[in-house]
Design a protein around this ligand. Structure first.
Ligand SMILES: [Mg+2]
Length: 299
Protein backbone atom coordinates (compact mmCIF):
# COMPACT_ATOMS: atom_id res chain seq x y z
CA UNK A 1 0.00 0.00 0.00
CA UNK A 2 1.95 2.95 -1.30
CA UNK A 3 1.18 6.35 -2.67
CA UNK A 4 3.64 8.88 -4.06
CA UNK A 5 2.54 11.47 -1.52
CA UNK A 6 3.32 9.18 1.42
CA UNK A 7 6.54 7.57 0.18
CA UNK A 8 9.09 7.03 2.90
CA UNK A 9 12.20 9.16 2.73
CA UNK A 10 15.00 7.47 0.87
CA UNK A 11 12.98 6.87 -2.24
CA UNK A 12 13.19 9.44 -5.01
CA UNK A 13 9.89 11.34 -5.09
CA UNK A 14 8.34 12.07 -8.44
CA UNK A 15 7.77 15.64 -9.57
CA UNK A 16 4.08 15.10 -8.85
CA UNK A 17 4.79 14.13 -5.25
CA UNK A 18 6.95 17.22 -4.84
CA UNK A 19 4.24 19.49 -6.19
CA UNK A 20 1.45 18.29 -3.87
CA UNK A 21 1.83 18.91 -0.16
CA UNK A 22 0.70 15.82 1.71
CA UNK A 23 -1.41 16.19 4.78
CA UNK A 24 0.01 14.59 7.89
CA UNK A 25 -2.60 13.93 10.56
CA UNK A 26 -1.20 13.61 14.08
CA UNK A 27 -3.74 12.27 16.52
CA UNK A 28 -4.10 11.39 20.16
CA UNK A 29 -6.01 8.17 20.89
CA UNK A 30 -8.01 8.06 24.15
CA UNK A 31 -10.86 10.58 24.10
CA UNK A 32 -9.84 11.74 20.61
CA UNK A 33 -9.80 9.02 17.94
CA UNK A 34 -11.07 6.48 20.49
CA UNK A 35 -14.13 6.89 22.67
CA UNK A 36 -13.01 7.67 26.24
CA UNK A 37 -15.05 4.81 27.74
CA UNK A 38 -15.48 2.15 25.07
CA UNK A 39 -12.22 2.71 23.11
CA UNK A 40 -14.28 2.43 19.90
CA UNK A 41 -13.41 4.44 16.77
CA UNK A 42 -16.63 3.59 14.89
CA UNK A 43 -17.79 7.20 14.73
CA UNK A 44 -14.51 8.21 13.05
CA UNK A 45 -14.71 5.48 10.40
CA UNK A 46 -15.96 7.72 7.52
CA UNK A 47 -12.98 10.07 7.94
CA UNK A 48 -10.57 7.15 8.41
CA UNK A 49 -11.87 5.64 5.15
CA UNK A 50 -11.33 8.93 3.34
CA UNK A 51 -7.76 9.12 4.70
CA UNK A 52 -7.09 5.61 3.50
CA UNK A 53 -8.61 6.34 0.07
CA UNK A 54 -6.35 9.38 -0.32
CA UNK A 55 -3.31 7.76 1.34
CA UNK A 56 -3.21 10.50 3.97
CA UNK A 57 -0.91 9.40 6.80
CA UNK A 58 -2.74 9.11 10.13
CA UNK A 59 0.02 9.14 12.73
CA UNK A 60 -0.99 7.92 16.19
CA UNK A 61 0.52 9.91 19.07
CA UNK A 62 -0.38 8.58 22.50
CA UNK A 63 0.61 7.92 26.08
CA UNK A 64 -0.08 4.25 25.28
CA UNK A 65 2.75 1.73 24.93
CA UNK A 66 4.24 0.38 21.72
CA UNK A 67 2.75 -3.01 22.71
CA UNK A 68 -0.75 -1.47 22.72
CA UNK A 69 -0.30 0.76 19.70
CA UNK A 70 1.22 -1.59 17.16
CA UNK A 71 -1.75 -4.03 17.07
CA UNK A 72 -4.11 -1.05 17.06
CA UNK A 73 -2.46 0.63 14.08
CA UNK A 74 -2.62 -2.72 12.23
CA UNK A 75 -6.37 -2.99 13.00
CA UNK A 76 -6.77 0.56 11.71
CA UNK A 77 -4.83 -0.40 8.56
CA UNK A 78 -2.17 2.26 9.17
CA UNK A 79 1.31 1.84 7.67
CA UNK A 80 2.80 5.01 9.16
CA UNK A 81 5.07 5.85 12.09
CA UNK A 82 3.53 6.19 15.55
CA UNK A 83 4.57 7.88 18.77
CA UNK A 84 4.26 5.93 22.02
CA UNK A 85 4.38 6.91 25.70
CA UNK A 86 4.01 10.69 25.35
CA UNK A 87 6.89 11.08 22.92
CA UNK A 88 9.24 8.60 24.60
CA UNK A 89 9.65 6.55 21.44
CA UNK A 90 8.84 6.75 17.75
CA UNK A 91 8.22 3.48 15.92
CA UNK A 92 8.35 3.04 12.15
CA UNK A 93 6.84 -0.07 10.50
CA UNK A 94 9.94 -1.79 9.10
CA UNK A 95 8.29 -3.13 5.95
CA UNK A 96 7.18 0.37 4.90
CA UNK A 97 10.26 2.31 5.95
CA UNK A 98 13.12 2.40 3.47
CA UNK A 99 15.14 5.10 5.22
CA UNK A 100 14.69 5.02 8.99
CA UNK A 101 15.96 8.07 10.86
CA UNK A 102 19.52 8.13 12.14
CA UNK A 103 19.77 6.40 15.51
CA UNK A 104 16.79 4.08 14.98
CA UNK A 105 17.32 0.42 15.85
CA UNK A 106 15.42 -2.64 14.63
CA UNK A 107 12.98 -4.03 17.19
CA UNK A 108 10.31 -6.66 16.55
CA UNK A 109 9.31 -5.65 13.02
CA UNK A 110 9.67 -1.94 13.76
CA UNK A 111 12.38 0.69 13.69
CA UNK A 112 12.58 2.18 17.15
CA UNK A 113 13.84 5.69 17.84
CA UNK A 114 14.13 6.30 21.60
CA UNK A 115 13.81 9.88 22.81
CA UNK A 116 12.80 9.28 26.42
CA UNK A 117 14.56 8.13 29.57
CA UNK A 118 14.73 4.38 30.28
CA UNK A 119 11.71 3.09 32.20
CA UNK A 120 13.59 1.63 35.19
CA UNK A 121 15.17 5.03 35.91
CA UNK A 122 11.78 6.75 35.67
CA UNK A 123 10.17 4.30 38.10
CA UNK A 124 13.01 4.74 40.59
CA UNK A 125 12.72 8.53 40.38
CA UNK A 126 8.96 8.40 40.99
CA UNK A 127 9.49 6.42 44.20
CA UNK A 128 11.99 9.04 45.36
CA UNK A 129 9.63 11.90 44.50
CA UNK A 130 6.76 10.29 46.44
CA UNK A 131 8.97 10.01 49.54
CA UNK A 132 10.41 13.50 49.15
CA UNK A 133 6.96 15.16 48.90
CA UNK A 134 5.24 12.70 51.26
CA UNK A 135 2.66 12.02 48.54
CA UNK A 136 0.71 8.74 48.38
CA UNK A 137 1.55 7.87 44.77
CA UNK A 138 0.40 4.63 43.20
CA UNK A 139 1.95 3.83 39.85
CA UNK A 140 1.60 1.15 37.17
CA UNK A 141 4.67 -0.77 38.31
CA UNK A 142 3.02 -1.27 41.74
CA UNK A 143 -0.33 -2.39 40.36
CA UNK A 144 -1.56 -5.84 39.53
CA UNK A 145 -3.23 -6.23 36.14
CA UNK A 146 -6.67 -6.34 37.82
CA UNK A 147 -6.09 -2.89 39.30
CA UNK A 148 -4.91 -1.41 35.98
CA UNK A 149 -7.93 -3.01 34.37
CA UNK A 150 -10.38 -1.47 36.83
CA UNK A 151 -8.82 2.01 36.52
CA UNK A 152 -8.74 1.96 32.73
CA UNK A 153 -11.73 -0.22 31.84
CA UNK A 154 -9.34 -2.32 29.74
CA UNK A 155 -9.74 -6.10 29.85
CA UNK A 156 -6.89 -8.09 31.38
CA UNK A 157 -5.16 -8.81 28.06
CA UNK A 158 -5.23 -5.14 27.12
CA UNK A 159 -4.07 -4.17 30.62
CA UNK A 160 -1.10 -6.50 30.14
CA UNK A 161 -0.12 -4.58 26.98
CA UNK A 162 -0.59 -1.27 28.80
CA UNK A 163 1.83 -2.45 31.49
CA UNK A 164 4.61 -3.19 28.94
CA UNK A 165 6.20 0.21 29.42
CA UNK A 166 9.50 1.46 27.99
CA UNK A 167 9.72 5.15 28.90
CA UNK A 168 6.79 6.56 30.86
CA UNK A 169 5.21 5.70 34.22
CA UNK A 170 1.48 6.51 34.71
CA UNK A 171 0.36 7.11 38.27
CA UNK A 172 -2.46 8.33 40.45
CA UNK A 173 -2.27 10.31 43.67
CA UNK A 174 -4.43 8.66 46.28
CA UNK A 175 -4.97 11.93 48.17
CA UNK A 176 -5.44 14.61 45.51
CA UNK A 177 -6.03 17.17 48.30
CA UNK A 178 -2.34 16.81 49.22
CA UNK A 179 -1.14 17.51 45.69
CA UNK A 180 0.76 20.69 44.90
CA UNK A 181 1.29 20.28 41.17
CA UNK A 182 4.02 22.94 41.09
CA UNK A 183 6.08 21.08 43.71
CA UNK A 184 5.57 17.81 41.88
CA UNK A 185 6.74 19.33 38.60
CA UNK A 186 9.78 20.89 40.28
CA UNK A 187 10.78 17.56 41.83
CA UNK A 188 10.59 15.94 38.38
CA UNK A 189 12.51 18.79 36.74
CA UNK A 190 15.37 18.52 39.22
CA UNK A 191 15.81 14.94 38.03
CA UNK A 192 15.72 15.89 34.32
CA UNK A 193 12.21 14.45 34.04
CA UNK A 194 8.75 15.82 33.39
CA UNK A 195 5.17 15.40 34.64
CA UNK A 196 2.21 15.53 32.28
CA UNK A 197 -1.50 15.04 32.90
CA UNK A 198 -3.40 12.66 30.62
CA UNK A 199 -7.08 11.79 30.61
CA UNK A 200 -6.85 9.26 33.48
CA UNK A 201 -3.35 9.44 34.96
CA UNK A 202 -0.44 11.70 35.67
CA UNK A 203 2.70 10.57 33.88
CA UNK A 204 6.38 10.81 34.78
CA UNK A 205 8.73 10.58 31.82
CA UNK A 206 11.95 11.92 30.29
CA UNK A 207 12.34 15.43 28.97
CA UNK A 208 10.22 14.71 25.91
CA UNK A 209 6.73 15.50 24.75
CA UNK A 210 4.43 14.73 21.89
CA UNK A 211 5.41 18.00 20.16
CA UNK A 212 9.11 17.12 20.04
CA UNK A 213 8.31 13.70 18.61
CA UNK A 214 6.09 15.03 15.85
CA UNK A 215 8.77 17.56 14.83
CA UNK A 216 11.09 14.64 14.13
CA UNK A 217 8.43 12.92 12.04
CA UNK A 218 7.69 16.10 10.07
CA UNK A 219 11.43 16.48 9.30
CA UNK A 220 11.51 12.87 8.21
CA UNK A 221 8.66 13.41 5.74
CA UNK A 222 10.22 16.66 4.54
CA UNK A 223 13.25 14.71 3.36
CA UNK A 224 11.09 13.59 0.45
CA UNK A 225 8.48 16.38 0.23
CA UNK A 226 9.11 20.09 -0.18
CA UNK A 227 5.94 20.94 1.77
CA UNK A 228 3.76 19.15 4.23
CA UNK A 229 0.55 20.41 5.84
CA UNK A 230 0.06 19.21 9.39
CA UNK A 231 -3.16 18.66 11.30
CA UNK A 232 -3.20 17.77 15.01
CA UNK A 233 -6.04 16.46 17.17
CA UNK A 234 -6.12 16.00 20.93
CA UNK A 235 -8.26 16.38 24.04
CA UNK A 236 -5.89 16.70 27.04
CA UNK A 237 -3.03 18.85 28.35
CA UNK A 238 -0.50 16.25 27.20
CA UNK A 239 -1.61 17.04 23.63
CA UNK A 240 -1.08 20.79 23.85
CA UNK A 241 2.64 20.67 22.87
CA UNK A 242 1.64 18.74 19.78
CA UNK A 243 -1.21 21.12 18.95
CA UNK A 244 1.16 24.10 19.15
CA UNK A 245 3.42 22.56 16.49
CA UNK A 246 0.90 21.84 13.74
CA UNK A 247 -0.58 24.07 11.04
CA UNK A 248 -4.18 23.14 11.93
CA UNK A 249 -4.72 22.29 15.60
CA UNK A 250 -8.03 20.75 16.71
CA UNK A 251 -9.15 20.42 20.29
CA UNK A 252 -11.59 17.51 20.36
CA UNK A 253 -14.34 18.15 22.90
CA UNK A 254 -14.07 15.97 25.97
CA UNK A 255 -15.74 15.65 29.36
CA UNK A 256 -13.32 18.25 30.75
CA UNK A 257 -13.02 21.86 29.69
CA UNK A 258 -9.89 24.00 29.60
CA UNK A 259 -10.78 27.68 29.89
CA UNK A 260 -8.43 29.93 27.94
CA UNK A 261 -7.07 27.13 25.77
CA UNK A 262 -7.90 29.08 22.60
CA UNK A 263 -5.59 31.88 23.76
CA UNK A 264 -2.85 29.41 24.62
CA UNK A 265 -2.81 27.69 21.22
CA UNK A 266 -3.02 30.13 18.29
CA UNK A 267 -5.42 29.12 15.53
CA UNK A 268 -7.06 26.42 17.63
CA UNK A 269 -10.25 24.89 16.27
CA UNK A 270 -12.67 23.25 18.69
CA UNK A 271 -14.89 20.42 17.46
CA UNK A 272 -18.61 20.49 18.17
CA UNK A 273 -18.86 16.75 18.80
CA UNK A 274 -16.92 14.79 21.41
CA UNK A 275 -14.31 12.05 20.87
CA UNK A 276 -14.30 10.10 17.58
CA UNK A 277 -17.40 11.94 16.31
CA UNK A 278 -15.46 15.21 16.74
CA UNK A 279 -12.44 13.62 15.03
CA UNK A 280 -14.64 12.62 12.11
CA UNK A 281 -16.09 16.14 11.85
CA UNK A 282 -12.65 17.80 11.87
CA UNK A 283 -10.89 15.47 9.44
CA UNK A 284 -13.75 15.33 6.93
CA UNK A 285 -13.90 19.13 6.98
CA UNK A 286 -10.17 19.45 6.30
CA UNK A 287 -10.00 16.79 3.58
CA UNK A 288 -13.13 17.93 1.78
CA UNK A 289 -11.84 21.42 1.20
CA UNK A 290 -11.52 21.77 -2.54
CA UNK A 291 -7.79 21.99 -3.14
CA UNK A 292 -4.97 20.80 -0.95
CA UNK A 293 -2.76 23.28 -2.79
CA UNK A 294 -4.94 26.05 -1.40
CA UNK A 295 -3.59 25.38 2.07
CA UNK A 296 -0.11 26.39 1.05
CA UNK A 297 -0.89 30.07 1.34
CA UNK A 298 -1.57 29.62 5.06
CA UNK A 299 1.61 27.77 5.96
MG1 LIG B 1 -6.58 11.83 25.18
Amino acid sequence: MKHPATRSPGQEPSDKAKSKPPFLIFTDLDGTLLNHDSYSWTEAQPALDLCRGRSVPVILVSSKTRAEMNPLRLKLGLVYPFVAENGGGIFFPAEETHAPPLGATRSEGLWKLSLGAPYDLVVKALTEIGKELDLPIRSFSQMRLEEISSLTALDLDAAHLAAMREYDEPFIIQREDRLDLGLLQDAAKRRGLRITAGGRFYHLHGNTDKGMAIEIIVSWYKASHAHVVTIGLGDSPNDFDMLRKVDYPFFVQSLRSFPGIEDEIPGLNVTKAKGPAGWNEAVLDMLRRKSMGGFLRYV
